[in-house]
Design a protein around this ligand. Structure first.
Ligand SMILES: [Zn+2]
Length: 160
């Protein structure tokens, strides 16, 4: 925290706020097309509230602005926490996690044939699948049930 700015009564730079405004929250939610931007589960079938999360955490210099915010289900938000990097299980190298603002989901992830498992197509995709546990049991069960209803995989417009 830049204490000196406060001490001298200077305005904090915009984007310093940790909590997104109501307008930012609405914009982030609208942009996400009703699904978690990581695991793509439909919000309307998840009992816990979704979160507007900082892709780069504030503590690591991330700003509270639309291009650093993503909409995530409670589970993905929990496992991501303050991570920005994780190990790619294929190379054992630490790499940047998937960034939904800078990368296209479709280029990082694909569904397996059954559409129950997410496969990482790239280093970032593989690291994110593992670190955020994008194939956790609850998601696999929901994908199966939603698939039976014809609601999975979700059909979305461009998310960039
Ligand atoms: Zn999720």
């Amino acid at each position: 925290m830049p204490k000196s700015r406060k001490a001298f009564g200077l305005r904090q730079p915009s984007g310093f706020r940790e909590r997104p405004t109501a307008a930012q929250r609405r914009a982030v939610e609208a942009r996400a097309n009703g699904v978690c931007e990581y695991c793509r589960i439909l919000k309307s079938f998840v009992p816990e509230p979704f979160n507007v999360e900082h892709i780069i955490p504030v503590a690591q210099g991330g700003k509270t602005e639309i291009r650093n915010l993503a909409w995530a289900c409670a589970g993905c938000n929990y496992y991501k926490h303050d991570k920005v990097k994780a190990v790619d299980p294929q190379t054992n190298q630490k790499v940047q996690l998937f960034n939904p603002r800078r990368q296209r989901w479709e280029e990082q992830f694909a569904w397996d044939k059954s559409a129950k498992l997410l496969i990482g197509l790239t280093a970032a995709g593989r690291a994110t699948v593992q670190a955020l546990r994008l194939n956790r049991e609850e998601l696999i069960n929901l994908r199966w049930a939603l698939g039976e209803l014809g609601l999975h995989p979700p059909i979305l417009g461009s998310q960039k």
